[in-house]
Design a protein around this ligand. Structure first.
Ligand code: FES
Ligand code: MG
Length: 574
């Protein structure tokens, strides 16, 4: 017998009882043209759809949601679409990260306040996935994630173009005078050829894979390109499945275990995932009430190699990854590095979902014996410059910077840095360490993706393409280079980054996991005493609330009041 019956569905309290209020609820559904038989005694499925005209990565969700609904009807559920705030990475400023917790709250409160028995979460573009999951984890009602899927490969004169990565690359070629304005215009037409998310290993591909590995999507979902006809079939199947999940009472809290989080981190590592993923996995684990610290990422990174040959760590794109077998093939390749016993949204274990998975192209999904990057793809650094930690992706950096000592060139704002790096007589060498501060969770605000600081133009002309760069910002997963990110605590709240001065020597030793400022403690103490706290960046509105409640990067940048706690009571219905 199923754990749930029509009488103990959450929505029964709205529709199934016989009182004044339920009369209103039923009559209001009838108002929309539904029959009693359409919804009475059926699981009500809320579809949180982050479709918007301003989100190209989710353009197909306007149609895809109908395919989700078809599945829900087929399985005997009642679908209700709930449009949710979109977080459109290209357009939302200063950064979508400022609004991740906003969407998470919208989802949690939407699930709690409406007659929802289960939810379909439609997202993909960078912060949407973690935001939707964070909300569902807090609400702890059955939920399944339908990933938007990556767009097709870019194309320019027969050359394959990758989202983000090639924009940065060719921008530098343009600055160096190697390509023309007309070439640049042509690329603009070829780099994004279909709907769907970035098809490099940006935050979107990273998080869609991580969420599947955590158990919240049907097996293989995350790798299907958005325009592929397998994608709408996956959407319908997810719709059918969520109805069963409600009857089975398959709650997120039964899916997210320490082992599931380890699987997520292992996949993050094996994919050469975006550094943003670290913050999101921390936030999701904490929502589920689990202990997780940065050290776990470093530890798992020591045993899991990068085997997805996808840019920027590798050379291919997500479309190639799908044809090579996709995420299920990658997880099968990881073998014992994945705990196959974890329960997933499919109702089966993660391991059962890998049955029959095989790699079809061993250059794209590499065997463990021939990885793209052997081990340590994510390094967690500590030292007097980052007492609470910083992260780096050594696989995306020129190896010579992994052990480096150089003088600091410090910028207090992005605007200052942008104006300075274009100057021809800037006193800078390839050995300098570029430092950007006041770009953290509060200083940014929202920790913008400014961490891949531009190489000064003078050096670009000399052929320099990488330098050691430090910040309390994040960087896009499509970025690359020797960039140390997420320095915590951030400078805005008085972290040691605030004390660095031009010419100070900075020492990075990735192997020793150290990041230090080579300045004696007495001098630092003096500077600390002289340091003047900065005003909050946003004095009113949502930004003011953000600044008051956001945690530092090493804790996941969630709001303190959204942290896991005792379950909230169900709303009263009068
Ligand atoms: Fe949406 Fe990259 S901009 S996924
Ligand atoms: Mg991105």
């Amino acid at each position: 017998m199923m754990p749930k019956s029509p009488e103990n569905l959450r929505s029964h309290r709205w529709f199934g009882v016989n009182d004044l209020r339920s009369f209103g609820h039923r009559s209001r559904l009838l108002q929309m043209g539904y029959e009693r038989a359409d919804f009475m005694g059926k699981p009500v499925i809320g579809i949180f759809n982050t479709w918007s005209d301003i989100n190209p990565c989710h353009a197909h969700f306007k149609v895809r949601v109908e395919e989700v609904k078809r599945g829900i009807w087929q399985a005997g559920g009642f679908p209700l679409e709930l449009p949710a705030m979109t977080l459109s990475e290209p357009f939302q400023k200063p950064t979508t990260m400022l609004y991740r917790n906003f969407l998470a709250m919208e989802v949690e409160e939407g699930m709690r306040s409406y007659p929802i028995d289960g939810a379909v979460l439609m997202g993909g573009c960078d912060k949407t996935g973690p935001a939707l999951l964070m909300g569902a984890l807090s609400a702890d009602l059955p939920a399944i994630f339908v990933p938007a899927g990556p767009m097709l490969r870019g194309n320019w004169r027969g050359k394959v173009l990758g989202s983000g990565s090639d924009t940065w690359k060719y921008w530098d070629e343009k600055r160096a005078g190697n390509i023309t304005e007309a070439d640049w215009r042509e690329m603009e037409q070829g780099i994004a050829r279909s709907h769907g998310t970035c098809m490099t290993m940006g935050t979107a591909a990273t998080m869609m894979s991580v969420i599947e590995a955590m158990g919240f999507s049907l097996p293989g979902s995350s790798s299907i390109p958005a325009p592929d006809s397998n994608h709408p079939r996956m959407a319908s199947e997810s719709g059918r499945r969520i109805v069963e999940m409600v009857w089975e009472d398959l709650l997120p809290s039964k899916i997210v275990t320490p082992a599931a989080i380890d699987n997520a981190i292992s996949v993050h590592q094996a994919m050469g995932g975006s550094t943003n993923g670290i913050i999101h996995i921390l936030a999701m684990a904490h929502r589920a009430g689990l202990d997780l610290t940065l050290e776990r990422f470093d530890k798992i990174s020591q045993r899991v190699p990068v085997i997805a040959n996808v840019r920027p760590s590798g050379t291919m794109l997500m479309e190639d990854f799908y044809y090579a077998g996709g995420l299920t093939a990658l997880m099968a390749e990881l073998g014992d590095l994945i705990d196959g016993s974890c329960l997933t949204a499919s109702g089966r274990t993660l391991g059962e979902g890998l049955a029959g998975a095989a790699v079809h192209n061993a250059d794209v999904i590499r065997p463990l014996s021939n990885p793209v990057y052997p081990r340590g793809g994510t390094a967690v650094l500590k030292g007097n410059l980052a007492p609470d930690g910083a992260v780096m992706k050594p696989s995306a950096a020129e190896p010579r910077f992994l052990k480096h000592r150089g003088p600091a060139l410090v910028f207090d704002s992005y605007a200052e840095m942008k104006a300075t790096v274009e100057s021809d007589d800037l006193d800078v060498t390839v050995d300098h360490v570029l430092v950007l501060r006041n770009a953290g969770p509060q200083g940014g605000p929202g920790m913008p993706e400014w961490g891949m600081l531009p190489i000064p133009k003078k050096l670009v002309r000399q052929g320099v393409r990488d330098m050691l760069r430090l910040s309390d910002a994040r960087m896009s997963g499509t970025s690359y280079g020797a960039c140390v990110l997420h320095i915590a605590p951030e400078s805005h709240v008085g972290g040691p980054l605030a004390l660095v001065r031009n010419g100070d020597f900075i020492v990075l030793d990735v192997e020793a996991r150290r990041l230090d400022l080579d300045v004696d403690e007495a001098t630092l103490a003096r500077r600390r005493a002289e340091w003047i706290p900065r005003e909050p960046r946003l004095a009113r509105g949502y930004g003011a609330m953000f600044a008051r409640h956001v945690s530092q990067a090493n804790e996941g940048c969630d709001f303190d009041f959204l942290a896991a706690g005792p379950p909230l009571p169900e709303p009263e219905i009068y």
